[in-house]
Design a protein. Structure first.
Length: 141
């Protein structure tokens, strides 16, 4: 199976950077670009390696699991909304382009002092995670 090639604009979006940043990284030798017709592409496997590298360099890497926790999916963000009723609270966290919603007891939300503007980390553990792949396009190789 051939490794997929990813267009520069898609690759930049996946990494959360601009096309220009990705091009500068290519000029600096951090990733290799190849012209395919009139489009620049990067190797999917190389892009995955760069994504891991960027994650390791991030100051948010400190949100990784602490010793003694089996939760591996920890995502830092900022609380954008808290709705409380008599017993429950709905807390929304914005983590980059991702919106995470948590339902918890009102008591827990108050104990954690969750309110818009508060920095918090979502910690998730699930026995089922659904991953959807984009359909292969004929122009991707």
């Amino acid at each position: 199976m051939a490794v997929p090639r990813v267009r520069v604009s898609e690759a930049a979006a996946l990494l959360g950077v601009s096309d220009d940043t990705l091009r500068r990284w290519a000029d600096a030798g951090r990733i290799e670009m190849r012209a395919e017709g009139r489009r620049l592409t990067v190797d999917g496997a190389e892009l995955a390696g760069l994504a891991r590298e960027i994650a390791e360099e991030s100051p948010l890497a400190a949100a990784r699991p602490r010793a003694g926790s089996s939760a591996r999916n920890r995502i830092p963000g900022i609380v954008t909304r808290v709705e409380k009723d008599g017993v429950m609270a709905q807390v929304e966290l914005q983590a980059g382009p991702f919106r995470i919603v948590s339902l918890m007891s009102r008591e827990a939300a108050e104990e954690l002092e969750l309110e818009p503007g508060r920095i918090a980390t979502a910690s998730m553990k699930a026995t089922t995670v659904v991953v959807e792949a984009e359909p292969a396009r004929p122009d991707r190789r």
